[in-house]
Ligand binder design. Structure first.
Ligand SMILES: O=C1O[C@H](COP(=O)(O)O)[C@@H](O)[C@H](O)[C@H]1O
Length: 260
């Protein structure tokens, strides 16, 4: 019998000459996603990562098409440290983006640092922040982000979902915590696969030859089951890869031509 649910769409891979060209085209894509979301629902829900990602959003700054007051910003993962700590993903995004644009403070949903001593409470509180943004306005079992922006680590991790970690099998929670991250700092919270796999658009961003080996494993060999390969949003969700040619040098998968 035919399934009622179409299978996830294959990823779309765009590869650009340089990190600069990557950032420009990524900005154009984000602006289009924002317009679609705002026209439809009056708001744009985005999850940001830390690492190398925030810098690559630089072409959004000073772009008059960006309606910052419509953005509702969450974190795809966060390190459980104070907000002004050098390991904080919030702090990194603040330096690279928030301090340069005008997102209303109440629309940037960071962790509650008064709960840093109790990670279960902290993850629960973050999940509640997601529930109040999504569950009251949409009626889905899991939040449906308009856009989730992700990075990849050299071991194939994404968010704070690390290879072979028990969290890879989480099916119910929206936000989970870990205390044993193989990459420091050890204590983190993360969106789970059910959340990633209900998003409308998930974009992985990677630049530089240091990402070349892991990128080819994630994209060309998804059966290896690395965390980034497990991001396969259900219909009508779509995974995109925005990478530069140095990062995609070893990838055999078909590269699409970028068109807006
Ligand atoms: O620890 C983390 O690492 C990943 C990848 O970082 P990158 O520097 O290799 O881009 C990042 O996406 C995640 O948010 C962060 O907590």
């Amino acid at each position: 019998m035919a399934s009622l649910h179409p299978p996830p769409s294959p990823p779309i891979l765009y590869s650009f000459e340089s990190p600069n060209e990557l950032s420009e085209n990524l900005a154009a894509f984000i602006v289009r996603a924002q317009k679609e979301a705002v026209d439809k629902k009056g708001r744009f829900t985005v999850a940001l990562s830390g690492g190398s990602l925030p810098k690559q959003l630089n072409k959004l700054i000073d772009n008059p098409a960006v309606k910052w007051d419509k953005w509702q910003v969450f974190f795809a993962d966060e390190r459980c440290v104070p907000l002004d700590h050098e390991d904080s993903n919030y702090n990194l995004c603040r330096k690279e983006l928030f301090s340069k644009v005008s997102i209303p403070k109440q629309n940037i949903h960071h962790i509650d640092v008064s709960l840093l001593d109790d990670l279960e409470e902290l993850a629960d509180a973050y999940e509640k922040a997601l529930i109040s943004e999504f569950a009251q306005k949409d009626s889905a079992r899991f939040p449906v982000f308009d856009l989730i922006l992700l990075g990849i680590g050299p071991d194939g991790h994404t968010c704070s979902l690390f290879p072979e970690h028990p969290l890879l099998t989480e099916e119910d929670r929206w936000v989970a915590y870990i205390e044993d991250s193989p990459k420091p700092p050890p204590k983190r919270i993360t969106l789970t696969f059910p959340v990633l796999n209900h998003a409308l658009r998930v974009v992985f961003i990677a630049a530089g030859e240091g990402k070349a080996d892991i990128l080819s494993t994630i994209i060309d060999n998804p059966q290896a089951g690395l965390p980034a390969s497990r991001v396969t949003p259900s219909h009508p969700g779509q995974v995109y890869w925005y990478v530069d040619n140095a990062a995609s040098a070893k990838v055999k998968y078909h590269k699409s031509e970028f068109k807006l």
